[in-house]
Design a protein around this ligand. Structure first.
Ligand code: FMN
Length: 322
């Protein structure tokens, strides 16, 4: 694989636009995978990606959950990191200037346990010119609501997003949806009505794995978030549904996430309705996967006589039986 190929084959326009944010290509990192940016540089030239997403940032620094925080499953990964991060102040002073050097759009993922915490973190980040957009991780327990996740209840999610929208004036607001709901379009509708500029989906699926010898769940908290190839069909379905029922109708771009390993997976998510595609778990197996995917995506466009990759967004044919 010659990575320089990407720059030489210029005839396909690989750029996409996310609510006014231009990405030179549709591939970005998923939150939580490459830290704050520079940690991953020995393994992958992140500057060649279309954008970069940081791990979740909270108001105070957090140590996260006890180890082990990850457990491998047959076709994926269960994680229970617990939002370990340096906190917003240290992020702004120490990490953001480094991430800025990547010279691609930076999306900062924001998490919290109360509406006030989300708003406080978001308003501080809104002042930072280095940031293109804030991605709200709404799969966090709401302490005011019996620890029910914000993202599983349309009213709670809408209320959170409208509160954050009031303080986010300069950056684009991305809302990251969880698949752990009955109808993801209800959630999409609620957060778009509340002011989201961009949707990203999916976050991890709830799962569990048990050591059959000692009979303990492998993750200390029992439950974890499932990611990797096992979740890709769930991601395709959720993106297709949200694109057709909500986002496509209102011109809200989608960042597709979930189980993307190869170029063909990224194309599939774009056909389902994603404007850009984030890669996560695969990068632990093959850090070069995003750049390899870009080469394959260009070849796909060439074979299908597509001049601009943006032209394939949401072009999946309807199911035959409808
Ligand atoms: C180790 C790990 C850490 C993650 N941390 C975060 C996080 O901090 N915030 C967030 O919104 N999503 C986080 N995610 C979810 C990913 O961003 C992504 O939505 C999910 O893993 C599905 O994509 P994938 O199958 O390509 O990994 C994390 C996932 C993994 C595997």
């Amino acid at each position: 694989m010659n990575i320089d190929q990407i720059e030489h084959k210029t005839e396909i326009d690989m750029s996409v636009e996310l609510a006014g944010i231009r990405m030179k290509n549709p591939i970005l990192t998923a939150s939580g995978i490459c830290g704050y940016g520079l940690e991953y540089l020995p393994y992958l030239d992140l500057g060649k990606m279309g954008a970069f997403t940081t791990k979740s940032i909270t108001l105070e620094p957090r140590d996260g959950n006890p180890a082990p925080r990850m457990a491998e499953t047959r076709a994926g990964l269960l994680n229970s990191i617990g939002l370990a991060n340096v906190g917003v102040d240290k992020f702004i002073v120490e990490k953001l200037p480094q991430a800025r050097r990547l010279d691609i759009p930076i999306f900062v993922n924001v998490a919290g346990r109360t509406v006030e915490e989300y708003c406080e973190v978001a308003s501080r980040l809104d002042e930072q010119d280095a940031i293109a957009g804030l991605e709200l991780n709404i799969s966090c327990p709401n302490v005011a609501c019996g620890a029910l996740e914000f993202g599983v209840d349309a009213d709670q999610a809408g209320m959170l997003v409208s509160a954050v929208r009031k303080v986010v004036k300069k950056r684009k607001l991305i809302v990251k949806l969880t698949p752990n709901v009955t109808d993801i379009s209800d959630l999409a509708r609620a957060v778009v009505d509340a002011g989201a500029d961009i949707l990203s989906l999916i976050n991890t699926l709830r799962g569990m794995t048990i050591n059959i010898e000692n009979r303990h769940p492998i993750l200390p908290r029992g439950v974890g978030g499932l990611s990797g190839p096992a979740v890709k069909p769930v991601a395709v379905y959720c993106i297709w549904k949200v694109y057709n029922e909500v986002a496509g109708k209102q011109n809200i771009p989608i960042i597709g996430i979930g189980g993307v390993q190869y170029w063909s997976d990224a194309i599939e998510l774009m056909l389902a309705g994603a404007t850009a595609v984030a890669m996560g778990t695969v990068m632990y197996v093959n850090p070069q996967a995003p750049l390899e995917a870009l080469v394959g995506m260009e070849d796909y466009c060439r074979r299908h006589k597509v001049d601009r990759i943006a032209d394939i967004i949401g072009t999946a044919e309807p199911p035959r039986a409808i």
